[in-house]
Design a protein around this ligand. Structure first.
Ligand SMILES: O=C(O)C1=C[C@@H](OP(=O)(O)O)[C@@H](O)[C@H](O)C1
Ligand SMILES: C=C(OP(=O)(O)O)C(=O)O
Length: 413
């Protein structure tokens, strides 16, 4: 997709008889690429994601360069730090300006306990980061906080079986984004790895990855924007393809969340059919284990006039942008407020401007999820989304799928 200044989406409030193909999961894809890199021979991966973050992971895993640029891909950065920390190569990992503000110290400190030699090239605790050839394993056990990013834990888990003495990881504090840790372990199990998870301790013995073909499911985070469109449209019945009732992705939680916001989901063999139903007037949602759904849900509540009590939003400040600040700014344009009356407790106050909109323009803060969470407002009026190319990070087909759904999409320079 070419870079355009903005994208105008013309108002459409009926979405009918549509099969949405979606992108496949970038979280599953990025893990399977790392696991495949550790396996001999490699497995065949079906339905690998077309997300830029996945394409970047694939490209960098086969690169011989000394400086690897992950762009704005957080999982790619965190997984590759662990991968290269225990390799015999000398590699620098860098990324966009924002990526250089996303913390990696907790992961790097854990890798140093293992014996890795790591240097920060600019700001201590942040990329760019230099990973020297691994001198050998110094420890078989480490402690790591579970309340900042699960990506650090997934990164350590995936290298554990190939460490000469395996690894015991003690998780401390609250465990956030837990389904992503479970996804990592389930995919490792698919590759033949045995693990033992008791309480807050995970033990993985040294063992070989065995390639087994795998087909990646559609992306539930990307699906959430379609749930939002159904919640907000006047009439809607659509099918989202290749989503399974038994999923490795925690963002499948969108089915239960949107059930309260007026969307009924019925699983079929090849996906899930969404239709409209009654909604609640107030909801109480904890996003600790599905942080990527927060923007979709906040925008949907704001536009439907539903009050929200939200928790588990801590990690939103260290993602592609400060997602709390970005939401506060953009929700204000539809008269809604996101406030924090007590630490960690958030209130979504829909305000007076829910209903139909005139022309509204939204900024996206270099964050794909801001663009895709705000786009469903086109069911209520004409909407302009700035910097539409941001969606490429996880869902490059998003605008063309919206066009398929009947929205008139005009890219503007
Ligand atoms: O492991 C993963 O694939 C991800 C974990 C989550 O991050 P945190 O664990 O930092 O919350 C999520 O927000 C991100 O989009 C993808
Ligand atoms: C936070 C996200 O991704 P990452 O951390 O991999 O950049 C996301 O996709 O919303």
């Amino acid at each position: 997709m070419k870079t355009h200044k903005s994208c105008k989406i013309s108002h459409t409030n009926h979405l009918n008889n549509l099969d949405v193909p979606l992108s496949s999961s970038k979280s599953e894809s990025n893990r399977v690429l790392i696991l495949n890199a550790f396996s001999k021979p490699q497995a065949t991966i079906g339905n690998l994601s077309d997300a830029r973050d996945t394409r970047t992971m694939q490209r960098l895993l086969s690169s011989q360069e000394e400086i690897l640029d992950v762009l704005d891909a957080g999982t790619t950065m965190r997984f590759l730090i662990a991968y290269h920390a225990i390799s015999q190569s000398k590699v620098t990992l860098t990324g966009t300006e924002r990526m250089q503000q996303r913390p990696v110290k907790i992961l790097a400190d854990a890798l140093k306990v293992l014996g890795a030699e790591i240097e920060y090239l600019r700001e201590p605790g942040y990329p760019p980061i230099l990973l020297k050839p691994f001198p050998g394993q110094k420890s078989t056990e480490l402690e790591i906080r579970g309340d900042v990013s699960s990506q650090y834990i997934s990164a350590l888990l995936m290298i554990s079986p190939v460490l000469p003495s395996g690894l015991t990881i003690h998780l401390t504090g609250k465990i956030m984004s837990r389904p992503y840790i479970e996804m990592t372990l389930s995919l490792m199990a698919h590759y033949g790895i045995k693990y033992d998870w008791q309480g807050n301790t995970i033990r993985i013995e040294p063992q070989a990855y065995k390639a087994l073909d795998y087909t990646i499911e559609s992306d539930w985070s990307g699906a959430s924007y379609w749930f939002a469109m159904v919640a907000l449209a006047e009439k809607a019945e659509i099918k989202l393809l290749n989503l399974r009732e038994k999923s490795l992705q925690g963002d499948k939680a969108i089915v239960e969340v949107m059930d309260q916001l007026g969307v009924s989901g019925q699983f079929e063999e090849d996906g899930i059919v969404l239709s409209k139903k009654e909604h609640k007037n107030n909801v109480d949602i904890d996003f600790s284990h599905c942080p990527d759904l927060a923007q979709t849900v906040a925008v949907t509540c704001a536009a439907k006039g539903i009050g929200g009590t939200f928790s588990g939003l801590e990690s939103l400040r260290i993602k592609e942008t400060d997602r709390i600040a970005a939401l506060q700014n953009e929700l204000a344009k539809i008269g809604a407020q996101l406030t924090e009356p007590a630490p960690g407790e958030w209130q979504l106050i829909p305000g007076t401007r829910s209903g139909k909109y005139e022309n509204l323009t939204f900024e996206t803060y270099e964050d794909h999820r801001m663009a895709m969470a705000l786009a469903p407002l086109a069911t209520l009026g004409n909407v302009t989304i700035e910097d539409p190319i941001v969606v490429e990070k996880s869902y490059p087909g998003f605008w063309s799928h919206m066009a398929m759904a009947g929205f008139k999409i005009e890219m503007q320079d």
